[in-house]
Design a binder for this molecule. Structure first.
Ligand code: NAD
Ligand code: WQD
Length: 335
């Protein structure tokens, strides 16, 4: 059976991707330092798939650990999720973010080259577009100066990957620029596990509905959008996981030294107030929320043009915003 190393495989998107790989007949090998995840995720993955995945607890910038993994497994490639992702924290602790997100990629690439592991799918982000002038954003939309050190790590990592491919370094890469991942596995066995107070909208909504938070603050309703609140492209995490599978399969049929980037979103923008209404509809819960001031640094509106991923990878989302809210809510209730 083909094996793929998933760095950050105990995390939110990585764990869902492990399930989709297994369903497609690929064995995930998981490496995670558990800095933002719980080892129980491994039990949950076993409950869903019936398979105990091989798990290495450690840092993906630990070259000795990477050497151990490649000596124990014949790897077809790597999907690299491991990174820190808290935008606010990155402005306070930029070096923590540059070390973990950028240095780890360099170590990983050196190891891949030495071990002749060719294929890499990289987690990038729509954050690289900042506030685009023209919507929806295509992959040709220029990247903007990053708003945060976190965003800058994604831009730098994309550039490192481009340079390695240009150097004919023997690596084929797809960078996937995720829009806003939401939802959870429909089994409610895995989902997002934010540590402390969530930064993101949907976990804040579900925790408020569950009584863990008193109320949600909507960060501004005076923007130049139809209802005044910000607009994003919310993509179900299982659809996002499936995009990795498609990206990996595509990569394997490409020539040496290949680089491509794809947006992964639904192609539809929804406002914060629409997300709240959808949540209330599918959960039957009235959400306690108030309108507050704008959050500094927020992009007003962004959503994806998904023509490229639709046409080249044959990938289309299967889940609606209703499905995402239902699965996020069921997951919250299971905790
Ligand atoms: P997550 O925090 O749930 O998962 C990341 C996992 O990586 C965690 O389990 C963490 O313990 C692990 N990890 C972190 N640093 C590590 C290291 N040095 N070595 C080994 N393991 C390490 O985050 P996620 O939401 O699943 O995000 C996955 C990737 O997608 C990240 O690269 C993130 O920047 C990117 N991304 C996320 C979003 C989002 O909103 N969730 C959007 C765009 C891009
Ligand atoms: C969504 C909308 C908020 C919380 C972040 C990162 C980005 C990417 C995805 C990784 C915004 C509003 C939120 C709340 C609110 N991650 N909101 N009240 O800001 O689009 O993107 O996650 O790459 O890089 O910046 O996501 O979930 O924080 O916010 O009104 O309590 O919800 O203003 O309009 P964002 P988010």
């Amino acid at each position: 059976m083909k094996k793929i190393l998933i760095t950050g495989g105990a995390g939110y998107i990585g764990s869902h991707t492990a399930v989709e790989l297994w369903a497609a007949g690929i064995e995930p090998v998981i490496l995670d330092d558990l800095s933002n995840s719980d080892p129980k995720v491994l039990d949950r993955l076993e409950e869903i798939t019936g398979k105990r995945f091989q798990f290495y607890s450690g840092d993906c910038s630990d070259r000795n650990l990477l050497n151990t993994i490649s000596s124990e497994h014949q790897l077809a490639g790597v999907i690299h999720f491991a990174a820190f992702k808290a935008v606010g924290e990155s402005t306070r602790l930029p070096l923590k973010y540059y070390r973990n997100n950028v240095s780890a990629l360099i170590v990983l690439l050196e190891w891949m080259q030495d071990m002749k592991i060719k294929d890499l799918v990289f987690s990038s982000s729509c954050t690289v577009y900042g506030q685009p002038e023209i919507l929806p954003v295509t992959e040709a939309t220029p990247r903007q100066e990053a708003e945060s050190p976190y965003g800058n790590t994604k831009k730098i990592c994309e550039d490192i990957l481009i340079d390695v491919v240009k150097s004919k370094g023997g690596i084929r890469v797809i960078s996937l620029r995720y829009f806003n991942p939401v939802g959870a596995h429909p089994s409610s066995k895995i989902g997002e596990l934010p540590l402390g107070t969530p930064n993101n909208l949907v976990p804040f909504i579900t925790q408020t509905a569950a009584g863990i938070r008193e109320k949600l603050t909507v960060f501004g309703d005076d923007y130049d959008t139809p209802d005044g609140s910000c607009i994003r492209d919310y993509i179900h995490v299982v659809d996002l996981a499936d995009a990795h599978l498609r990206a990996f399969s595509y990569l394997e049929n490409q020539p040496a030294d290949f680089y491509e980037v794809f947006n992964v979103g639904t192609g539809q923008g929804n406002s914060v107030l629409e997300v709240i209404q959808t949540f209330e509809k599918v959960s039957g819960q009235k959400l306690n929320y108030e309108i507050g001031p704008r959050r500094p640094g927020d992009v007003v509106q962004v959503w994806a043009d998904t023509t490229k991923i639709n046409q080249v990878l044959g990938w289309y989302p299967k889940f609606s915003l209703e499905d995402s809210m239902r699965d996020s809510w069921n997951w919250q209730k299971s905790l």
